[in-house]
Write a protein that binds this ligand. Structure first.
Ligand SMILES: [Fe+2]
Ligand SMILES: [Fe+2]
Length: 185
């Protein structure tokens, strides 16, 4: 991993994500080794240039949508899952899904998907005001922490004049529907 990433800072982030994913999995009675592995491999393509991301996705026949054309950096998640399979021999569909969904999220996230998304956004190297509170929430309520982090990420993007992906908005809508139905139940 270290050799593949070729950058100390990104490697340190990767290890923090893997450790937090492991601890979150333990807290939610999921397999910590799969969470750790997904965390270790989630950013394999994170340092690729926009041109390389597009070229490598096209070379593999992966479709690229309009949002991904505008923000090719997000392709590192989908391409990363392909690299995890090709270069690290990962065939576990749940791990590949968590890698694929770690950046934009998606409707219908599994618990492992959510753990890797939360670990990536909430690892202790991320300096934002709500981090500690959201991390604590993630340890006792994945379905509560997910929409909270999605809302925080969307607000952060909009604050910088960037758009949130349709997939991210759809993910949030799914969690918010779930929140409303659990409130009314
Ligand atoms: Fe990433
Ligand atoms: Fe990451």
């Amino acid at each position: 991993m270290r050799a593949h990433l070729g950058q100390t800072q990104r490697y340190a982030h990767t290890v923090r994500v893997a450790r937090l994913a492991d601890r979150l999995a333990q807290a939610h009675a999921l397999d910590p080794s799969r969470a750790r592995l997904a965390g270790m491999l989630h950013d394999l393509a994170r340092l690729y240039s926009a041109e390389r991301l597009v070229a490598e996705c096209e070379a593999r026949g992966l479709p690229i949508d309009a949002f991904e054309r505008r923000y090719p950096i997000v392709l590192h998640a989908r391409l990363g899952a392909e690299l995890a399979r090709e270069s690290f021999g990962i065939e576990d569909a749940a791990i590949l899904s968590a890698i694929r969904r770690h950046t934009l999220a998606a409707p219908g996230m599994s618990q492992l998907d959510a753990i890797v998304y939360l670990a990536d956004g909430l690892e202790p190297g991320r300096p934002f005001a709500e981090r500690g509170r959201l991390e604590a929430l993630a340890f006792h309520d994945l379905d509560g922490a997910m929409p909270a982090l999605l809302r925080s990420s969307i607000a952060y993007l909009r604050g910088r004049g960037l758009e949130a992906a349709p997939l991210t908005l759809a993910a949030l809508a799914t969690y918010e529907r779930r929140e409303r139905s659990s409130l009314s139940a």
